[in-house]
Design a protein around this ligand. Structure first.
Ligand code: AMP
Length: 422
C-alpha cells in the first residue's frame, strides 16, 4: 500500500529544481505558437461527462475505461478532462466562434486518465496542445505539422520520428470499415477479447490495439491509404506534397489511426526512441468534433504532446534545463539592530532584482553562516553594530572565502560585479 504521504499512484509532485524544465518547455511553446497566430485558451479541468462522450467517441479506450467520472452534489455527471480538444471545442462553440472564421488557440495543463501507471504513462499528466478550427485546407495540416516540428527542434528533439496517414472522411468510413471488418473477421480467433468486441463496435480501434498478437495481424491488414475515395486521396496527396515542399521529414504509416474517434483526413504521431514503450511524444490530426447542444460539428486540426514524455526524451539526450540554484546573497545579522537594518537592505536588494535570503530568527552568527552555505548563496553579507555605525557591510565570497568591506550605497553595483551581472 502507498505510504500516506506519497502522492497517489500515477501522479507526481514537481519540485522547484524540476520546474525550470517545465517553464522552459511551456515558455518555448508560447513563443513559437504565437509566431503562428495562436493565443492561449485556458478551459476548466472538469467538464460535463457528455462533452467527452460525444466529442471523443463512446467506443474509445479513453471514454470506455479511463475517465475519472463522478457525480457532483447536484447529481450532475462530471469528468476530469482526459484530453484538451473536446473542452476547447465546447468553449469555442459556447463563445460563438467555432464556425466560419479561423480561430487558433493553444492550451497547457493537466489531463487525467485512469491508466495503469508506468514509465511515461501517468494518471495525471500534462499536455501542450494546439487547435486551429473553422477552415479546412490540407495546407493548414501542413502548417500545423511544420510548427510542431519547429517546436520539437527548438527544444532539442529534432530527431524525433513523424508518421502521417489519412483516415479519410465520414463518406469513406463505410467501405473502409467493411474491408477492415472482412479482413479481421478471418483472424478473429487469434485476436484479443477487446478486439473480438471491437470488430462489431468500432473496427478502427483494432488498428491501434497494443496486444502483440493483434499487432501482427494488423500489419497484414489492407492499408487505409489504398481504400480512400478520390477526394480524400487527393487531400492526403496534397498534404504529402506540401510536406515535401517544406522539406519536412516524415513517413507514411498507412495503418495509423490514433486512439480518438474524432479524426478525419490527416492523422499524425511523433515518437522518440530511447524512452521505453510509451514512446509517442505527440498525437494529432484533423478532426470533426460534436459538442453537446450544437448540431454542427466543429472542424479543425490540432495536436497534443505530453510534457512528461518531452522531459524524458530531453533527459535521455542530457539536455534538461536545470534550476538556477541558490541565492545571490544571504544576509547575516549580528544583533537585533542589524536584523532590522537587514530587513530593509534585503528589500532594497530585491528591488534591484537580486535573489536574497536572510536569517529572520536572530540565531547565532555560526548558524547563520552555515545556512548561507547550505542555501548555496554566492556571498554572505554580514552586519553587526560596528558595520552599522560605519555604514558598511562585510561581504564574504563563500566560494573563494574572501571578505571585503563595501559601503552600503555601493552594494548593488559591487554585488552585480561579483555575480558577473554588471
Ligand atoms: P493522446 O491525447 O492520447 O493523443 O495523446 C497525446 C500525447 O499525450 C501522447 O503522445 C503523450 O505524449 C501524452 N499522453 C497521453 N496519455 C498519457 C499518459 N497517460 N501519461 C503521460 N503522457 C500521456
Amino acid at each position: 500500500m502507498a505510504k500516506k504521504t506519497e502522492p497517489i499512484p500515477g501522479t507526481s509532485d514537481i519540485f522547484p529544481d524540476e520546474a525550470a524544465e517545465w517553464q522552459f518547455l511551456e515558455h518555448t511553446a508560447h513563443e513559437i505558437f504565437q509566431r503562428y497566430g495562436y493565443g492561449e485558451l485556458r478551459t476548466p479541468s472538469m467538464e460535463r461527462t457528455a462533452v467527452f462522450e460525444k466529442g471523443i467517441g463512446g467506443e474509445t479506450d479513453v471514454v470506455q475505461k479511463e475517465m475519472y467520472t463522478f457525480e457532483d452534489r447536484g447529481g450532475r455527471s462530471l469528468t476530469l478532462r482526459p484530453e484538451g480538444t473536446a473542452g476547447v471545442m465546447r468553449a469555442l462553440v459556447n463563445a460563438g466562434i467555432a464556425q466560419g472564421d479561423e480561430k487558433r488557440v493553444f492550451y497547457i495543463g493537466p489531463m487525467f486518465r485512469g491508466e495503469r501507471p508506468a514509465a511515461g504513462r501517468k494518471r495525471q499528466f500534462h499536455q501542450i496542445g494546439v487547435e486551429c478550427v473553422g477552415t479546412i485546407a490540407p495546407e493548414i495540416d501542413v502548417e500545423t505539422i511544420e510548427m510542431l516540428l519547429r517546436y520539437l527542434d527548438t527544444i532539442g528533439l529534432g530527431d524525433s520520428k513523424l508518421k502521417v496517414n489519412s483516415r479519410g472522411t465520414i463518406a469513406d468510413r463505410p467501405h473502409i470499415q467493411e474491408t477492415l471488418t472482412a479482413y479481421f473477421r478471418d483472424h478473429l480467433a487469434d485476436m484479443c477479447e477487446d478486439c473480438q468486441r471491437r470488430i462489431d463496435t468500432n473496427v478502427w480501434r483494432i488498428l491501434d490495439c497494443k496486444n502483440e498478437a493483434c499487432g501482427a495481424i494488423v500489419l497484414g491488414s489492407p492499408p487505409i491509404t489504398d481504400l480512400l475515395d478520390a477526394e480524400s486521396g487527393d487531400f492526403f496527396k496534397r498534404v504529402c506534397e506540401r510536406l515535401d515542399l517544406l522539406e519536412l521529414d516524415y513517413t507514411v504509416d498507412p495503418r495509423l489511426v490514433r486512439g480518438l474517434d474524432y479524426y478525419e483526413h490527416t492523422v499524425f504521431e511523433v515518437s522518440f526512441d530511447g524512452i521505453g514503450a510509451q514512446n509517442a511524444l505527440v498525437g494529432g490530426g484533423r478532426y470533426s468534433i460534436q459538442v453537446p447542444g450544437s448540431n454542427k460539428p466543429v472542424l479543425g486540426t490540432g495536436f497534443a504532446m505530453g510534457i512528461e514524455r518531452l522531459i524524458l526524451a530531453r533527459q535521455e539526450l542530457g539536455i534538461s534545463t536545470s534550476q538556477q540554484e541558490g541565492l545571490d546573497a544571504y544576509l547575516v545579522s549580528i544583533g537585533e539592530e542589524a536584523l532590522a537594518a537587514n530587513l530593509q537592505l534585503a528589500r532594497s536588494l530585491r528591488d534591484c532584482g537580486l535573489r536574497v535570503g536572510m536569517d529572520l530568527q536572530a540565531r547565532g552568527t555560526k548558524a547563520q553562516m552555515r545556512t548561507a552555505n547550505k542555501v548555496n548563496a554566492t556571498v554572505a553579507i554580514i552586519r553587526g553594530e560596528d558595520e552599522l555605525a560605519r555604514n558598511i557591510v562585510n561581504c564574504k565570497n563563500l566560494a573563494a572565502s574572501e571578505q571585503h568591506e563595501i559601503a552600503v550605497d555601493e552594494l548593488p553595483d559591487k554585488l552585480n560585479e561579483i555575480l558577473g551581472k554588471a
